[in-house]
Design a protein. Structure first.
Length: 211
């Protein structure tokens, strides 16, 4: 039996993050110290000019050791409108954007208070749309060391670190992307990129990635 992935929260997490979720169970860390420039509040899409990072702003806190579960989303800029317009511009011509857009758009209309809630609710919806049957549990305190039956990926799936396929057990599987002919295949984009391009076949790509 494969080890249960131990993951941090992710905003429309990357494809390899969701490939881990196809294992059927996952543990999400709630009590790690929040860190910027991670997938907690950013995700990458394929835009006309190449890979584009979209960031969800969060409220600043004087306590730099705030836990993941306590981070609030900031609304001092119209980021929801900007993100949604970026998604429309990037994927309106993709094969399945119109099929899924009505399900995704509410996350760019309703104002969630907590980043963790936003991320987990969107992750649960995406698993449902893709067809991932997943049992997600949450840590009750920060896990300084993971158990033998866990695969600790909290600092492995990271936009600033190279992918470690040997450790994660996930292999990148190229698929046709909007603007792919212009920029070449871009790995580690948001699950939205795969969903809008492959639709019902998304689950097949994710299953193939884990071997």
């Amino acid at each position: 039996m494969s080890k249960t992935p131990l993951l941090c929260q992710a905003a429309f997490g990357p494809v390899d993050y969701f490939a881990q979720l196809t294992k059927g169970r996952a543990i999400i860390e709630k009590h790690a110290h929040y860190s910027r420039q991670t997938y907690r509040n950013r995700y990458n899409i394929m835009a006309a000019n190449g890979s584009l990072a979209l960031t969800i702003p969060v409220e600043k806190n004087k306590n730099q050791k705030i836990e993941d579960k306590d981070v609030k989303i900031a609304y001092h800029t119209p980021w929801q409108q900007n993100h949604w317009q970026s998604l429309i511009s990037a994927y309106n011509s993709s094969p399945f954007f119109q099929f899924y857009c009505d399900e995704i758009e509410p996350f760019f209309a309703k104002k969630h208070t907590w980043l963790f809630d936003f991320n987990m609710k969107s992750t649960e919806l995406l698993c449902e749309l893709i067809g991932i049957d997943i049992d997600i549990t949450y840590t009750e305190e920060y896990l300084h060391t993971s158990a033998d039956n866990m695969l600790d990926l909290r600092e492995v799936i990271h936009p600033k670190k190279p992918s470690d396929d040997t450790f994660s057990g996930i292999t990148t599987i190229p698929y046709k992307q909007v603007f792919g002919e212009r920029h070449g295949f871009q790995a580690h984009l948001s699950i939205l990129d795969l969903l809008f391009n492959k639709g019902p076949e998304t689950i097949l790509v994710l299953e193939a990635m884990k071997g």
